[in-house]
Design a protein around this ligand. Structure first.
Ligand code: PRX
Length: 655
């Protein structure tokens, strides 16, 4: 049965246990409904009260929302604050000696830091950045392995008012270069090497290559954290500086830069439907409120919890639920450098047992691959510390959900399936675990204050059971503010005129069942979701056509058992269509090319060659045909408008 079919047939309901519900921050449906009502009837004071309760302000705000220049909304805009102050300093009176981070390295070595220690490290590094002349408003690209230092780097940027842009360490030099240029970065922070699965990852060398690409004159400094004993193959005096040299002797206090609520906190690049990634720009106060509040409600955080989110800081999940949400709430969290399968598929379960993790948040793709590698392995470990589980990034198939629930959670832990996006900054639709009964595969109901709906092309709501476009009808604090440097694209992409220009268009299709629960069906644009990572088909196509062998390329997705979706590329070469061993050689070369151009995550699983691509007489590529071919389905669609039907047979040949 396909994931979609099994999701559509799912009706089982899993209410929280009485024990969980009694202890929960939002306890029972009456409490949830009450909050939704408060938000409905007094939208602005609902958000204003949360912002006053959860954020420590240097200067209080007097106005909650300024919508005079919609959709460029401003929240709490005359307030002043600092995010790093909210994540560190304000905890020192009561929680100085509480563990902030339990870091487990790839080789199993464990390092623990308290809030006082983390505060000291952030201040010293922030002072180091200042000593380089970096200041408020500068963009700083962070290209780091998962480490305490990655968190220190992000927090130090927030402390001095610099705008960080974290780039996932798996992205290629070219992708890194593109992001450095678009952001106009003044500095890059990296490590000599990362370590994943026992193997070094050459991060500094990738930075060298990116910066050598040209036009990077804005980058004056490359700060290098020494993660391994290996040196660097290249060192540019005057530009490159070791992290430990930079922080040596720096004062242990650093006065935070007091920021305006609407100052940008960070830019994070994500894929859209064109070849160029979008710099999603988040605000200081609105974003922080989203991260703080959703962390409290969705993860039901309690003082003794040990939280573990397995996301890399290169993704939005690592921003909101590693760097900002947990620290802002003075939680204790685990951070992991490595991969779930090294040294073997017991790693996650061992770590939960070793660190007594009580809340565990991961992606469906990780769950599916761990089921495959050892469905019974969790039973060999004491996972009794767990009380809550979560998933994010893509729909979870009910079979994987049930396994997660029973085998990992011992049928005792609610699962929060959290739907959200880089753009929304924080969880939008998710069970509140002490209130909402869960259904395998559904992200259930919107958080109070999030006015989500499903509409048709004209913006009118669709009936329950009917599919449509997922929209959010009112602005909310943690929504992106704009696309860095491209406000027009922001407006067109997210607030299109077709939907009356007022609704935030998420880019997902969805339907609602008889309980009003949301079920996410997939993207409506040319964006793929491979292992929970967003990839634009256009981005991969541009990478392919940049190869000297390639004349034309079209990329589609096909369902994949572990990754959710896999990349399939249809390619027309400049030379004659290869077959046999020749074809296999070109396939290998093109896969490696894409890995080099974008990163391994974008590598096609399957590449097919044709003398041409299926096109209509007006020259438009017929992607629905390519999707059918990629899935190995018989072509039942109308091909009468197709210019050259014979090439379908060519494209059906696997290499
Ligand atoms: O299609 C949805 C899917 O991931 C997209 C957002 O990707 P990104 O910005 O990379 O953020 C991922 C982490 C928040 C969405 O448009 N998605 C995310 N969470 C879920 C999901 N699809 C189904 N269920 C989810 N829980």
């Amino acid at each position: 049965m396909s994931t979609l079919d099994s999701i559509l047939k799912e009706t089982r309901l899993f209410p929280p246990s009485d024990e969980f519900r009694h202890r929960a921050t939002i306890s029972g449906m009456a409490a949830y409904n009450d909050l939704c009502e408060q938000a409905d009837s007094h939208y602005l004071s609902f958000w204003g009260d949360l912002a006053r309760e959860q954020i420590s302000w240097k200067k209080p705000f007097s106005r909650v929302l300024d919508d005079s220049n919609a959709p460029f909304f401003k929240w709490f805009d005359d307030g002043m604050l600092n995010v790093s102050y909210n994540c560190l300093d304000r905890h020192l009176a009561l929680h100085a000696n509480k563990l902030a981070i339990i870091f487990e390295a790839d080789d199993g070595a464990v390092t623990r830091v308290t809030y006082a220690e983390l505060h000291r490290r952030v201040c010293q590094f922030a002072n180091g950045l200042k000593s380089l002349g970096l200041k408020r408003g500068d963009r700083i690209v962070v290209y780091m392995p998962m480490s305490i230092e990655a968190i220190v780097a992000m927090q130090a940027c927030a402390r001095i008012g610099a705008i960080h842009s974290v780039v996932f360490g798996g992205f290629s030099a070219k992708s890194l270069h593109e992001r450095i240029l678009d952001a106009g970065a003044s500095a890059v922070i990296t490590a000599n090497e990362g370590l994943r699965g026992g193997k070094p990852v050459a991060l500094k060398a990738v930075c060298d290559e990116a910066l050598a690409h040209g036009d990077c004159d804005s980058v004056r400094h490359l700060v290098v954290y020494q993660r391994t004993n290996n040196g660097c193959s290249h060192w540019q005096d005057g530009r490159d500086i070791w992290w430990h040299k930079l922080t040596e002797g720096q004062p242990e206090q650093c006065e935070p830069e007091w920021m305006n609520a609407e100052d940008p906190l960070f830019i994070l690049y994500t894929s859209g439907s064109t070849g160029k990634p979008k710099g999603i720009q988040h605000s200081t106060a609105g974003y922080l409120l989203g991260a703080l509040n959703s962390f409290r409600w969705v993860f039901d955080i309690k003082p003794n919890d040990v939280f573990w989110c397995t996301a890399d800081v290169g993704w939005i999940t690592g921003h909101s639920y590693v760097c900002y949400g947990p620290l802002g709430n003075a939680a204790t969290q685990v951070i992991f450098e490595g991969v779930p399968t090294y040294p073997d598929a017991n790693r996650f379960w061992q770590m939960i047992e070793r660190h007594k993790v009580s809340i565990f948040y991961t992606a469906p793709t990780a769950i599916r691959s761990l089921i495959k590698l050892g469905a019974d392995l969790p039973k060999q470990h004491d996972l009794s510390s767990l009380r809550l589980l979560g998933t994010v990034g893509e729909p979870i198939n009910p079979e994987a959900w049930i396994w997660y629930y029973e085998t990992v959670g011992g049928s005792r832990c609610p699962i929060v399936d959290t739907w959200w996006q880089t753009e929304t900054g924080s969880a939008m639709i998710s069970p509140l675990p002490g209130a909402i009964a869960t259904k395998p595969g559904s992200c259930t109901l919107p958080l109070p204050g999030i006015i989500a709906d499903i509409v048709d092309e004209s913006g009118a709501p669709v009936e329950p059971g009917k599919g449509g476009f997922l929209v959010i009808k009112k602005p909310f604090p943690s929504l992106l503010r704009t696309i860095w440097g491209d406000p027009e694209r922001f407006k067109k992409t997210y607030f299109p005129e077709e939907f009356n220009g007022k609704y935030y268009l998420a880019g997902d299709s969805s339907h609602r069942d008889e309980n009003g629960y949301f079920w996410i069906m997939g993207r409506i644009d040319d964006v793929l979701n491979v292992s929970g990572h967003r990839l634009g088909t256009m981005e991969i196509e541009s990478a392919l056509v940049a190869n000297p062998l390639v004349a034309e390329a079209a990329v589609v997705g096909k369902p994949h058992e572990i990754k959710g979706e896999a990349v399939v590329a249809f390619v027309v070469l400049k030379q004659a269509r290869p077959t046999g061993d020749d074809a296999r050689k070109v396939v290998e070369a093109l896969k490696n090319w894409v890995a080099h151009e974008i990163g391994k995550i974008a590598m096609p699983d399957d590449i097919r060659f044709g003398d041409n691509l299926p096109k209509t007489r007006s020259g438009k590529i017929m992607r629905r045909l390519l999707r059918a071919i990629a899935r190995g389905e018989a072509i039942t669609q109308d091909t009468s408008t197709l210019e050259n039907p014979a090439i379908l047979q060519q494209l059906q040949q696997p290499n």
